[in-house]
Design a protein around this ligand. Structure first.
Ligand code: DC
Length: 242
C-alpha cells in the first residue's frame, strides 16, 4: 500500500514545470497530520515555486522560547522573546530549511516538546502578528504556502486556496507512520492523542483558529494517496489558472 511518505511520490502525471505559474500564490490549509507539508513541497516542486511551511515558523519561535526558558503566558516575556528575533525559511532542492537568528534549526523542530510549545505560542496574538510579516514576505513572487490560516488571514488574496482534510484516525496513522519512519519511538495511541489535542487547541483558540476559507477548494484526502492528492491539486490548478 502506498503510504504518506515522500519516498512514494515518483511518477506524477499531468504536471506543468515553470512558466506561467511563476508568481502564483497557492494556500493549503488543514488540520494537523493531514499531510500539508508533503503535498505543498511536491506541488511547489512541480510548479517551480517556493514551498513555505508556516508550522515550521511557529515551531522555530517555540524552540526559541524553550531555549530561553520564556513563558508564553507572560506578555513581558513574549515581548522579550520576540525582540531581536529573526525567523526565516529557505526552499532548496525540494527541502524546506528553517532558520532562527541565522542558525539552521530544521532538524530540531519535530519533537513533542517543540510541538507542544508551538501550539501554545501559536495562540498568542503578538506571535501571530510577528509571523504575519515573515509569511507574507516568504510568499512574495509566488509560493505554495501551507498552514492553518493562510487562506483566511495570512494571504486572503491567494490565487487558489485548498483545504485538505482527513478523519482523525487517518491523520493519526499518517503521523504515526511519519514519526516511525524518522526513527521516533511512538505508539499509534500517542499519535492519536497528539492529533486530537492539537485539533482542540488549533480550533478552539480565539486568535485565527483553524477555519476553512469560504473560497477554499475542499479535498477530503482520507482515502487518497499522496500522489492522488498532488495530482488532484495540479489538475484543478490547470483548470482554474488561466
Ligand atoms: O503544522 P505544524 O504541526 O507544524 O504546526 C505547528 C503549530 O503551529 C500547530 O500547533 C499549529 C500552529 N500553526 C498555526 O497556528 N498557524 C499556522 N499557519 C501554522 C501552524
Amino acid at each position: 500500500m502506498k503510504g504518506w511518505s515522500l519516498k512514494d511520490t515518483k511518477g506524477f502525471k499531468g504536471a506543468e514545470s515553470r512558466g506561467p505559474t511563476a508568481d502564483l500564490v497557492i494556500a493549503i490549509d488543514g488540520p494537523s497530520g493531514v499531510g500539508k507539508t508533503t503535498v505543498a513541497k511536491l506541488v511547489a516542486e512541480r510548479l517551480g515555486l517556493r514551498a513555505v511551511s508556516t508550522g515550521a515558523l511557529y515551531r522555530a519561535v517555540a524552540l526559541h522560547f524553550l531555549r530561553r526558558g520564556l513563558n508564553p503566558e507572560d506578555l513581558d516575556e513574549v515581548r522579550e522573546g520576540l525582540g531581536n528575533l529573526e525567523i526565516w525559511q529557505e526552499y532548496t532542492d525540494g527541502h524546506i530549511r528553517t532558520f532562527l537568528n541565522g542558525e539552521d534549526v530544521t532538524e530540531e523542530l519535530d519533537t513533542v516538546e517543540v510541538s507542544d510549545m508551538a501550539s501554545r505560542v501559536a495562540a498568542i496574538k503578538e506571535v501571530r502578528e510577528f509571523l504575519l510579516d515573515v509569511q507574507r514576505r516568504l510568499a512574495e513572487g509566488g509560493a505554495v504556502v501551507e498552514g492553518r490560516d493562510i487562506g483566511t488571514v495570512v494571504l486572503p488574496d491567494a490565487d487558489v486556496k485548498f483545504f485538505l482534510d482527513a478523519t482523525t484516525g487517518e491523520r493519526a496513522k499518517r503521523r504515526y507512520e511519519q514519526l516511525r519512519a524518522e526513527g521516533e519511538d511512538i505508539s499509534y495511541e500517542d499519535a492519536l492523542r497528539d492529533v486530537k489535542e492539537r485539533d482542540i487547541r488549533d480550533s478552539a483558540r480565539e486568535v485565527a483558529p483553524l477555519k476553512r476559507a469560504a473560497d477554499a477548494i475542499y479535498i477530503d484526502t482520507t482515502h487518497m494517496t499522496v500522489e492522488e492528492v498532488v495530482n488532484r491539486i495540479l489538475k484543478i490548478l490547470k483548470e482554474v489558472v488561466p
